[in-house]
Design a protein around this ligand. Structure first.
Ligand SMILES: Nc1nc2c(c(=O)[nH]1)N[C@@H](CNc1ccc(C(=O)N[C@@H](CCC(=O)N[C@@H](CCC(=O)N[C@@H](CCC(=O)O)C(=O)O)C(=O)O)C(=O)O)cc1)CN2
Ligand code: MET
Ligand SMILES: [Zn+2]
Length: 759
């Protein structure tokens, strides 16, 4: 039986690609050096797959930033304002990804959005009227040939046309206008690959797992009938993932493609669809049976049961999605053997595939029994014992534990007089730049070359500087800067019991940015205060309110590797109780404003609307409410969300019952704001006035204009002024400049509002 994977992580075993790319950004590496590093990594990864015995190896899953952007650039979907910069191809690419500010001009980056239900982010391609879609790039061909040159036949991967369309913005133009050229461009890719001798091309179409309207189905089918029809040497694999394709399954079997990739892990109905409608005999079934998202070992007996139902001769064993979403290898960690044996990262998943293929092969009995026995042992007894006391506490919760009193309006009045903030209060989202100095100090502390006392002194100094700077430029609600945190989720994981954390288990989140998600191993509890000392220290330095800064339970869950032996709901409520203790502790220590970040609230929102409430929001929103239900009316609760794709769940967001919410609005258009006013959204809002994911510094005039635009949509007494996310990824220089501009712009806007009122 053949084996393959949907894609492999590209960042490198030790984040080599991140390191090289960031060096290039700083001017410490040439284009040639960066290209060479990319080539070295690709080669290493292909060889790794080959040595692991994977029979069909993908290529072009490598990227210097994002594969959606790669496909857009391949097909010349590059807005004019970027081509007009006249930069090199590579720098145009990075300008699209990160914005550009320099001698050649000043352009903001393409909007960045969450990649389906993951913590990966893609760049939103933009079609304009004058976009001339055509095959202009060579990356997909170059990488195919590069692998071939070292004796490895690969299956190039690109994003398919339907998902490309679905994820793109069409500015002043329509899909229809570009469709014929788009289809020809894809055909040209296929023709070129046929010419080069490629056996397969993988077209990723994850958008097929969402709810499809009849029009969308028709669009998809018409594209693929045209694209895949006709003669070609290269076979087409239509690859889906992140769910099942229930709205289009039957139609897919009629398509002239050669293989279909289905997700049997997250696709709740995949098996049922297969059993009800069968599978076309003329196609290969790329069965996603090894979880590409979680890090637990595959349960072979379950997988084998599944495989027994599938057509043996047509099967290619695969992962449920790209391995981009899991870390490189368990071998880099130092867990005790009895813990490590439960985990499977990208590299180990390759062995799972080849082992499963061996076991499923009816001719190989010896291999079968040994491998199976080993695997069974992982699942035959409970991995951890439950915390009885916690189970009891959760069982005792009543409706009152999920309801903050008094209601919003009354709290809002009390808070106004208690906090006495000006109109358009200014604040930041929490973190300040994690400079090399900060990271180096923490690395030294972890290596024990810096003592705890020295590290803490260093952090207190950073906090003091940070508070002084904010006072200096006149911000209204201050933060301590989060210097003590490696990451907003990993940090809490490290300080709560029940979590395991890793040393090198990096996963790409966007571009060069990576995270090390903690692993939820057992029941969660808080043994001692986590953030209280840092927040209280910052507060004693200033008369202005300092926001306490916590990560909410849903986000902690979503950005960790969750357990599979209890429900997500159960784990989240455990975390919620722990964070509630921290909230009350902050309040007891004089913190008047507490921000509970739910940056990832939307992450595990089911991709199909019909499941939104029943499977997710019905427990996720209460989990957040549980965290803050017991604070005093005067304590102001803030929350924050990234990537403001929440116009469609506004009611649920309002039901979180926070007092203020900040969110990203600058990279995406302002349509969310229309929805806010239309919905009588009660929570006060701080739509980000500039994009922190880009190094560019917004001018005062630009910020004034943005605030003005916000005031058209939002009542002045409900509007906060802040950046769109934390500042940890930025350098100090650009951050200080941007924040100065922000404070000044808000002060000017405020004055104008007061004058307007007097007139
Ligand atoms: N979990 C999570 N998901 C998220 C976000 C987030 O903040 N957290 N934000 C949104 C956007 N995604 C993001 C993801 C990562 C980062 C980010 O800043 N990542 C950092 C790493 C942060 C970190 O874990 N830092 C550690 C380790 C730092 C490090 O690399 N240390 C060096 C040593 C450094 C030295 O000696 O100088 C090493 O370990 O080799 C620390 O500070 O302790 C990076 O990739 O550079 C930002 C946003 C959505 N998803
Ligand atoms: C990814 S959301 C970030 C929120 C966090 N408080 C920060 O400022 O970094
Ligand atoms: Zn954010």
């Amino acid at each position: 039986m053949k084996t393959t994977i949907v894609g492999f992580p590209r960042i490198g075993e030790n984040r080599e690609l991140k390191i090289a790319t960031e060096k290039y950004f700083r001017g410490d590496l040439t284009q040639e050096q960066l290209a060479a590093e990319g080539k070295r990594l690709r080669r290493m990864h292909w060889n790794l797959l080959k040595e692991a015995g994977i029979s069909l190896i993908p290529s072009n899953d490598f990227s210097f930033y994002d594969t959606t952007l790669d496909t857009a650039v391949l097909l010349n979907v590059i807005p004019n304002r970027f081509s007009a910069l006249q930069l090199s191809a590579l720098d145009t690419y990075f300008a699209l990804a990160r914005g550009y500010q320099g001698e050649a001009g000043d352009v903001t980056a393409l909007p960045m959005k969450k990649w389906f239900n993951t913590n990966y982010h893609y760049l939103t391609p933009e079609f304009e009227q004058q976009t001339e879609v055509k095959l202009v790039g060579t990356k997909v061909f170059d990488e195919y040939l590069e692998a071939k040159a070292i004796g490895i036949e690969t299956r190039p991967v690109i994003l398919g046309p339907y998902t490309l369309i679905k994820l793109s913005d069409f500015k002043g133009t329509t899909v229809q206008e570009h469709l014929p050229a788009l289809i020809s461009a894809y055909q040209e890719v296929i023709a070129k690959l046929s010419e080069l001798g490629a056996e397969w091309l993988q077209l990723d179409e994850p958008s097929l797992v969402k709810d499809l309207t009849p029009d969308e189905r028709q669009l998809f089918m018409s594209i693929y009938r045209e694209l895949a029809g006709g003669t070609r040497e290269t076979k087409l694999l239509l690859q889906t993932y992140f769910g099942d394709v229930r709205d289009i399954y039957e139609d897919l079997s009629t398509l002239p493609v050669d293989g279909i990739g289905l997700d049997f892990v997250e696709g709740k109905q995949t098996l049922q669809l297969f059993e009800t409608f069968g599978f076309p005999q003329d196609k290969k079934l790329f069965a996603g049976v090894v979880n590409g998202k979680n890090i637990w070992r595959n349960d072979y007996s379950r997988t084998l049961n599944l495989l027994a139902k599938l057509p043996h001769d047509q099967l290619v064993l695969s992962t449920s999605c790209s391995l981009l979403h899991v870390p490189f290898s368990v071998a880099q960690e130092s867990f005790p053997a009895e813990v490590a044996r439960h985990f499977s990262f990208a590299k180990e998943k390759l062995s799972e595939l080849t082992e499963l293929a061996a076991i499923a092969d009816p001719t190989d009995d010896i291999a079968k029994s040994a491998l199976l026995a080993d695997n069974y042992r992982l699942f035959d007894t409970a991995r951890v014992t439950a915390n009885e006391q916690l189970t009891h506490r959760l069982a005792e919760l009543t409706a009152a534990d999920f309801q903050r009193l008094p209601a919003f309006e009354e709290r809002s009045r009390l808070q106004k007089s208690a906090l006495a903030l000006p109109l358009l209060p200014t604040t930041t989202i929490g973190s300040f730049p994690q400079t090399r100095e900060v990271k180096a100090a923490r690395a030294a502390f972890k290596k024990a070359s810096l003592s705890e006392a020295e590290y803490h002194d260093f952090l207190r100094e950073k906090i003091a500087d940070c508070v002084a700077f904010q006072e200096d430029i006149g911000l209204d609600v201050l933060v301590h800067g989060e210097f003590e945190r490696n990451d907003m989720v990993e940090y809490f994981g490290e300080h709560l019991s029940g979590f395991l954390f890793t040393k090198k288990a990096w996963v790409q989140s966007y571009g060069t940015r990576c995270v090390k998600p903690p692993i939820i191993w057992g029941d969660i509890s808080r043994e001692r205060p986590i953030t209280v000392g840092w927040s209280a220290f910052a507060q004693h330095l200033t008369e202005k309110p300092v926001k306490g800064m916590l990560t909410g339970p849903v986000t902690i869950l979503n950005w960790s590797f969750p357990r599979e032996d209890i429900s997500l709901k159960e784990s989240t409520l455990q975390i919620a109780l722990a964070i509630q203790e921290e909230v009350l502790d902050l309040e007891a220590h004089g913190i008047k404003i507490i921000q509970i970040d739910e940056a990832a609230l939307r992450e595990k929102l089911p991709l199909r609307k019909s499941d939104w409430y029943s499977e997710y929001l019905d427990w996720a929103i209460p989990a957040f409410r549980l965290v803050h239900s017991r604070v005093a009316p005067e304590t102001q609760i803030h929350t924050h969300m990234c990537y403001s794709e929440f116009a469609d769940i506004l009611t649920a967001i309002d039901q979180m019952d926070a007092d203020v919410i900040s969110f990203e609005a600058s990279r995406s258009n302002l349509s969310l704001l229309d929805a806010l006013s239309a919905q009588h959204f009660q929570t006060a809002v701080g739509p980000g006035v500039y994009d922190i994911h880009s190094p560019r510094v917004p001018s005062v005039a630009e910020l004034r204009a943005t605030i003005q635009a916000l005031l058209e949509k939002i009542a002045a007494d409900k509007l906060w002024v802040n950046p769109d996310c934390g500042l940890k990824t930025r350098d100090e220089k650009e951050t200080f400049a941007s924040l100065k501009h922000l404070a000044q712009a808000a002060q000017e806007a405020r004055k104008e509002l007061v004058y307007d009122n007097i007139e």
